[in-house]
Ligand binder design. Structure first.
Ligand SMILES: [Mg+2]
Length: 396
């Protein structure tokens, strides 16, 4: 069992013995490497990507026997595993508690990959693991390292009080029946949660602007909290035009990476909520920066999340620390519940308790992980594009 939790007494007594052979003599070259404190002698020794279905669970090991976990999703898993192995060459022997320094090391290591999904999703996996290690080393949950929780509980959906409905691919232009088919689930959701509940609508970037303007006018009586992904990322002018034409609040950001990806939505006043995904945007380290720039624009974060309880919990830590936050996406999944045991609870009405424990406050069952990963009936496949009724490829 490598994923041990170390109390302070155990750390000090074990560290002295373990470090004698592991560390070179004298101070190292490089920023802040000569600083001596409780965290100065821990080093990254290995990183093991565990391929499991459509994702990779990454375990980062250290010379002190403390391991941290991260999740990489949204990249072909064999590619993600190879990228993670390759990135280890930049991290081996480094102090895992220098999280920001190591994040920058990975991000700026290859200018022609910088900012891309493959790079950022893998960095996110490492980032989560480094925060996990650091919290375990210090014996505190990650949210305390971030400056502590600013709320006692975290609102999440779906729940009995908050429902998000969405649409698939829509053709260009809409007839009354098309609009009605999209309004119907919104109406039902509002009836279900009542006037005190929250209804959200995900356009999935798949509702063309002309149709979305018609639809948005129709949804006004149902007090929809926001329209998510009102347009395909890439052309801010389209977002601005929709912003000017639609009264319902807008939200986006799940496919935008780093604070630089989110920033234009804020500076141009395009959205009312930003939706960073911890696993896509670059991990906890980027989540906290996005929360900070969003705070400057009085814009709450509404984190997107389709990760397992591992990546989800990483995102929770950042959200517990974010001053402006509204609601977190969080789906229960029986499959991942076999592998990841999170140490928080969610009530039926959608409130998540503070994570308890150290690091990310999740346990990874490596036996269950291997069992789920070895399912012979599962084959990874690209999701494939959406299709218009006439067979043409569509956005999704
Ligand atoms: Mg979405």
């Amino acid at each position: 069992m490598r994923d041990i939790r170390v109390n302070r007494r155990g750390f000090f007594s074990g560290a002295t013995v373990a470090l004698g052979a592991a560390l070179p003599e004298g101070a190292e070259a490089g920023a802040a490497t000569g600083v001596e404190d409780r965290s100065s002698r821990i080093r990254i020794t290995d990183a093991v990507p565990h391929l499991c279905r459509d994702r990779v669970f990454l375990r980062v090991d250290t010379n002190l026997g403390i391991s941290g976990w991260g999740e990489i999703k949204g990249v072909v898993p064999t590619v993600a595993a190879e990228l993670a192995r390759s990135m280890l060459t930049l991290l081996r022997g480094e102090n895992p508690t220098r999280i920001e320094h190591l994040w920058q090391t990975l991000y700026r290591a290859e200018r022609n990959q910088r900012g891309g999904a493959f790079m950022l999703h893998c960095i996110a996996g490492y980032d989560m693991a480094l925060w996990d290690i650091t919290g375990k080393l210090w014996g505190v949950p990650v949210y305390r390292l971030l400056g502590g929780a600013v709320r006692d509980k975290l609102r999440a959906y779906p729940s009995t009080t908050a429902i998000k409905v969405g649409v698939g691919v829509k053709g260009f232009g809409a007839d009354p029946a098309d609009i009605e088919s999209m309004l119907e689930p919104i109406r039902k959701a509002r009836e279900k949660v009542g006037p005190k509940g929250t209804v959200m609508f995900d356009a999935h970037s798949s509702v063309p602007p002309a149709t979305l303007r018609q639809l948005a006018a129709g949804m006004e009586p149902y007090a929809v909290r926001f329209i998510e992904e009102p347009a395909v990322p890439g052309n801010m002018e389209v977002f601005k035009q929709l912003r000017a034409a639609i009264k319902v609040p807008l939200a986006t950001g799940e496919r935008d990476r780093t604070l630089w990806g989110i920033l234009p939505y804020l500076t141009d006043g395009i959205v009312d909520f930003v939706q960073p995904d911890c696993g896509y945007t670059g991990g906890i380290s980027q989540m906290r920066k996005i929360a900070a720039i969003a705070e400057a624009y009085y814009t709450p974060i509404v984190p997107h999340c389709t990760q397992s309880y591992l990546g989800m919990t990483a995102s929770f830590h950042a959200a517990f620390n974010a001053p402006l936050f509204m609601i977190h996406e969080a789906y229960d999944d029986a499959l991942w519940a076999q592998v990841i045991k999170p140490h928080w609870k969610k009530s039926a009405d959608g409130f998540v308790t503070l994570p308890e424990g150290t690091g990310l406050c999740v346990d990874v069952d490596e036996v269950a992980l291997k069992r789920v990963a070895s399912d012979p009936t599962y084959r990874y496949q690209w999701r494939g594009p959406g299709r218009h009724p006439d067979g043409a490829v569509a956005d999704y």
